[in-house]
Ligand binder design. Structure first.
Ligand code: ADP
Ligand code: MG
Length: 289
């Protein structure tokens, strides 16, 4: 196609808030056959609410537990961290991040830190093995979190998140364009399935309980079927965004690493702009042929 046609397409996309880092990505986007979406913060809002929180140890009050974990989670930028800090504040608890030592992040698993002499682990079932314990169950479509003090289970909580407005429409439109839609999430299967159910059949495949390197591995497998795009927002999505034929990052709420790694940046949280940008890319391509 002519440079003028490409320039027009790029500026049209930019007006929709879809920024291409290079004109070559127009051509690749037009060829995409598979789109893999992260769940939390991409298909869903990434605004969790704590639905329930229980202490599992009789000698530790819920408030003490909430004080410890909100202090540690204050040091994390994960959407679940914000929910836990808000939940603690709603219980009149003031988190004290300055009291936390040896803070550590385990991407796709959770976090840990030492506070008031306790090694506290917060995260999904995978954090259990970091703490030296085993657990595992799913509850009614919610994301489940665990708290460990050393290797002792100390708390359990569940959180809920909702699909973004327009997520169903976006995926339905992509499917009508003949694109296979996939979800790749680090969250539990029950939460992933719950999101899939809200999308009215527009999501073909769900992969849950993934670490960052698992997302990357699945992208490589999908690429054997055809050109594949990855859409994500988190640090945990960066390897998959880099490996995919096209990486699309959420520009507003996304992590800096995701925005740096993506080839296309979505300057709004509206994923309906993705099929719109695809149509623009296809139109430019049709002029070539
Ligand atoms: P997704 O792929 O859906 O964006 P992530 O890879 O960011 O999810 O996280 C995967 C899982 O790891 C979360 O669902 C959560 O259970 C756990 N997790 C990660 N970070 C934290 C944290 N700071 N606090 C609690 N749980 C966490
Ligand atoms: Mg995410």
């Amino acid at each position: 196609s002519t440079p003028v046609a490409m320039f027009c397409a790029l500026s049209k996309a930019a007006r929709l808030g879809v920024l291409f880092k290079g004109a070559e990505h127009l051509e690749t986007l037009a060829r995409i056959k598979i789109m893999a979406f992260d769940k939390t913060g991409t298909i869903t809002r990434g605004e969790f609410l704590v639905a329930d929180f229980r202490s599992l140890q009789d000698n530790i009050s819920l408030n003490t537990l909430l004080y410890w974990i909100s202090s540690i989670e204050s040091k994390s930028s994960h959407p679940m961290a914000a929910a836990l800090v808000d939940f603690a504040r709603a219980h009149a608890i003031q988190p004290k991040p300055e009291k936390v030592e040896r803070f550590e992040i385990f991407p796709g698993e959770g976090i840990c830190g030492r506070i008031e002499g306790n090694d506290v682990y917060v995260g999904n079932w995978k954090i259990a093995s970091r703490a030296g314990c085993t657990v595992g169950f799913d509850v009614q479509g919610k994301s489940i979190g665990y708290v460990f003090l050393g290797s002792s289970p100390a708390g359990i909580f569940c959180l809920s998140d909702a699909c973004r407005t327009g997520a169903k429409e976006a995926l339905t439109e992509l499917k009508s364009m003949g694109i296979k839609t996939v979800m790749l999430t680090g969250d539990c299967y029950a939460a992933a399935k719950h999101a899939q159910d809200q999308l009215g059949g527009a999501l073909d495949v769900v992969h849950a309980q993934l670490l960052p390197q698992d997302k990357e591995r699945i992208i490589k497998e999908l690429q054997k079927e055809g050109p594949t795009a990855m859409i994500g927002d988190g640090v945990d999505d960066a390897p998959a965004l880099a490996t995919a034929d096209i990486g699309i990052s959420m520009g507003v709420s996304g992590s800096a690493l995701a925005t740096e790694t993506g080839d296309i940046i979505l300057m709004s949280n509206d994923i309906q702009r993705i099929p719109k940008a695809s149509r623009i890319a296809k139109k430019v391509r049709q002029k070539i042929i």
